[in-house]
Design a protein around this ligand. Sequence first.
Ligand code: ADP
Ligand code: MG
Length: 632
Amino acid sequence: MNKFEQLGLNESLLKAILDLGFENPSEVQEKAIPLLLEKDTDMVALAQTGTGKTAAFGFPLIQKIDADNRNTQALVLSPTRELCLQITNELKNYSKYEKGINVVAVYGGASITEQAREIKRGAQIIVATPGRMQDMINRGLVNIKNIDYCVLDEADEMLNMGFYDDIVSILSDTPDEKSTWLFSATMPQEVARIAKQFMSEPVEITVGTKNSGSSTVSHEFYLVNARDRYEALKRLADANPDIFSVVFCRTKRDTQAIAEKLIEDGYSAAALHGDLSQAQRDGVMKSFRGRQIQMLVATDVAARGIDVDNVTHVVNYQLPDEIETYNHRSGRTGRAGKLGTSIVIVTKSELRKIYSIERIIKQKFEEKTIPSGIEICEIQLLHLANKIKDTEVDHEIDNYLPAINNVLEDLSKEELIKKMVSVEFNRFITYYKKNRDISAQSSGERRERGDSEPREFNNNGAVRYFVNIGSRDNFDWMSLKDYLKETLDLGRDDVFKVDVKEGFSFFNTDPEHTDKVMDILNNVQLEGRRINVEISKNDGGGRRDHNNRGGRRDSSKRDGNFAPRREGSGGGFRSDRNSSSRREGSSGGFRNDRNSSSREGGFRRNEGSSDRAPRRSESFGDSPKPRRPRRD
Ligand code: ADP
Ligand code: MG
């Protein structure tokens, strides 16, 4: 039995292969053919030019086509007329012992009516260039609404040649149930985008020289002011709701601090660094692999050897001291033929490092700008819409529907949608309005902090209190917040903007809680000392005045706990999400409430029509109880 026989190919094909003189299958053929024969599946196959990709899809295609059925069953898209003819010729060779299979080439520069006539005579397989194919569809000369197979051959070339829109349009004219096989030498962004949009859990095979970083990792940098680093990080996370990332910091201290800050702001993050015990590190890694952590903040040393597939982004929160280290970092993404992005948040003074790195990785960075509030709004809303669309209904809900219908019955579908989406949108737009200036952050035009700080720290009528306990009493902002919530029997979001100084602290509540705060707190003792709480004269905006150098010095004393207030607390839509399950005060901890099943990193259909398809609006749907935006 020869090797082609072992792949499961039938007699007539084996005979044709004999004629072709192929003795052994090439690697991509060996991998692809059995898989494609065995079941109807989507496939992404990455293999260099000249590795025999045509036969890798051609053999199974011929074997699977129903020769007795004259309808068009397969469409092969290929970038050029030459390739189109070549593939057509190959397929004809492969099928020469299979009676009744017709392969028709469709390409520009030749008579379209003649091509249409050939198709009419019955073409089970059409091999086409995207441009001409689109043309024929527009003129109603071809019907691909019922095809079973679609092959995108030399996908990267097709996209290089600017056929993206044609491909998208053509694919939209094909049935969802078909199998799509994508063959490409490289995997640039656009190919991944097509795969993601039009393929469903494709089997992926990669042959030959493993896709070196160059083809699977793209490199981007964002120029920001040093003080905006953290804000930039959050925005990038907000703009990539499906982010699954390793965030690199230079020191253990920064690693811990950024992780804590992210957690406080509602992201599923955790720290990984050498000060953690082995057991802690194992725990973090387990959660990361399990996708319960979306942002793993790590030092270079700790992240060495992290071998997790599907990491979508590597974020260089700070560049490494040794620029060679950059390669190790970016290699955490774009693994196993997947696509990845390596992001650098960079300040002007570090720009030259980018150029040095470019020389080392032999790739150019793309300079990008931090998404604006409105862009993030858009992404998050789309995410929400997709989430609603994809949400599976648990029929337990039926019990509650009558009551709910009662409330909503007067609303039209349009009104209902509008209102539903506004649940998120109102909050987003509020944030956006207050942060209008931030998108200019990379232009270096920011005012001094004291002038511009209030942003979302406007208290909207909140009451700010002074209390005579602080870091001297072993509080940090998280533990004080917990303490206040417990002592006052208030909800998670009722105490906010907790600002801990050495001997005193500030915090906010809504006015409705003022009586309670004053009554209770003024009557409790902390380790024998009476607590004294006063309403701060400084109408709640407080931070600006109190967050002075003295406060800064204090905050640095809080053994490792990061002062979350300064540049970092700039909000972001995340700041209130999932607060019901957030574990505050757990340093380096992580939330595991994320719908981990929704992300897989690979290429999936149903990610919505946008490749940015956001997925993270937990405040709608996941959250067991209604929440209010936190203000800190
Ligand atoms: P690719 O699509 O990867 O560029 P092709 O499918 O065009 O590669 O194949 C490249 C060349 O290799 C063609 O001339 C083809 O006939 C030949 N070829 C393909 N498979 C085999 C095989 N198993 N044994 C020998 N030659 C092969
Ligand atoms: Mg080819």
